[in-house]
Write a protein that binds this ligand. Structure first.
Ligand code: HEM
Length: 346
């Protein structure tokens, strides 16, 4: 199957929605790239995202979580705005080696550029703001890479400069595009995982209590959160030949939408799929996709959610829903909340 929307037939979802603003002579991001280009790019960056490489960031992620928690005020707060939103952006800023003085500016550019990347119907004003943020981010990464070349460090941009496979290296444009992709692919999704995960726990106080009493369940609990309320609900591919799927004819160039969320609730695979159970034995799920494009950041997303949720529970063991409620955002394919009010009950 293909992932590059420019190969989809006109009028299909892939061509109209994903491929709309893509030019023929510019490479897409890794997410929408096909072989052999995809393999080359992915192998040049994948070393930074292995379980062992990501594990090195656990202590710093815990520090970020504590710092963000320290900044929360009041007995009621919006969990997305005050916690689930900032944690992934600050973690990725630290991983990219960005000076703490620049974090706020970086977060603003990143938020504007990421939000618009997911908005299929931006207004003219939003489009302009997003172009401006994108250009600022691009120039910023360009100068950061030039700085790192003089002084390589222990960060993702330095890793990308060092990366070499069979004598092949990343170009500056590829590094910048990759750094942008990490923001687009990693921030909203991880925010949604933390938000949906905490909501599932508050909706099921017995599960909150189970995890509070035995924090060693956190790894399985996060897998269950990913299965139960998947941050990415569907993915897609383009048929690269005429084919048939379960008796349904699919022509070359047609776009296929696969529901990861439905697969995660398949009653033939999961006993009581609508039940949220942090002690569930079978913890596998489809939330990070599969095959060649399997989420590159899955280990990082897991680590962030584990540290964020445990940190939050330690700080607020009596956390509960607030009467102010929650609102889901409206981003196609992504399921999460734009606001989620909780009560601290200190
Ligand atoms: C809960 C959080 C996350 C979820 C649910 C998620 C989900 C996914 C899914 C479903 C795909 C596959 C798309 C496809 O099959 O076409 C994917 C790809 C990808 N993800 Fe994630 N993601 C998360 C967090 C992250 C993070 C934190 C990063 C990096 C910092 C990241 C980077 C990527 C990249 C680079 C790809 C493209 C891989 C490729 O095309 O080879 N993701 N993600």
């Amino acid at each position: 199957m293909w992932s590059d929307p420019r190969k989809a037939n006109p009028g299909t979802f892939s061509a109209e929605f994903l491929g709309r603003n893509m030019s023929e002579d510019e490479d897409p991001s890794m997410l929408m790239m096909d072989e052999p280009d995809h393999r080359r790019l992915r192998s040049l960056v994948s070393q930074s995202f292995t379980p062992a490489a990501v594990e090195r960031w656990r202590d710093r992620t815990r520090d970020v979580v504590e710092r963000v928690l320290d900044g929360i005020e009041g007995d009621e707060f919006d969990l997305i705005d005050a916690f689930a939103g900032p944690v992934p952006t600050v973690v990725i800023a630290e991983m990219l080696g960005i000076d703490p003085d620049m974090h706020d500016q970086f977060k603003t550019w990143s938020d504007v550029s990421v939000i618009s990347a997911f908005n299929p119907f931006p207004t003219e004003e939003q489009r302009q703001a997003s172009d401006e943020a994108y250009t600022n981010l691009w120039n910023f990464f360009d100068s950061e890479i030039a700085e790192r070349r003089k002084n390589l460090g222990d960060d993702l941009l330095s890793d990308m400069i060092r990366a070499e496979e069979n004598g092949d290296k990343l170009t500056v444009v590829e590094m910048i595009r990759q750094a942008n992709l990490l923001l687009v692919a990693g921030n909203v999704t991880t925010t949604d995982l933390i938000g949906n995960g905490v909501k599932a726990l508050l909706d099921h106080p017995d599960q909150w209590q189970t995890l509070l009493e035995d924090p060693s369940l956190i790894n399985d609990a996060v897998e269950e959160m990913l299965r139960f309320d998947s941050p990415v609900v569907n993915s897609g591919r383009i048929a690269n030949r005429d084919m048939e799927i379960e008796g349904c004819p699919v022509a070359k160039g047609e776009s296929l939408s696969t529901s990861l969320a439905a697969a995660n609730h398949d009653p033939e695979v999961y006993p009581n799929p609508t039940e949220f159970d942090v002690t569930r034995e079978d913890t596998h799920h489809q939330s990070f996709g599969g095959g060649r494009h399997l989420c590159l950041g899955s280990h990082l997303a897991r680590l962030e959610a584990q540290e964020a949720i445990l940190g939050l529970m330690r700080r607020y063991p009596n956390l509960a829903h607030s009467e102010r409620g929650f609102t889901h955002h409206a981003i196609p394919s992504f399921r999460g909340m734009s606001s989620f009010w909780v009560k601290a009950n200190r």
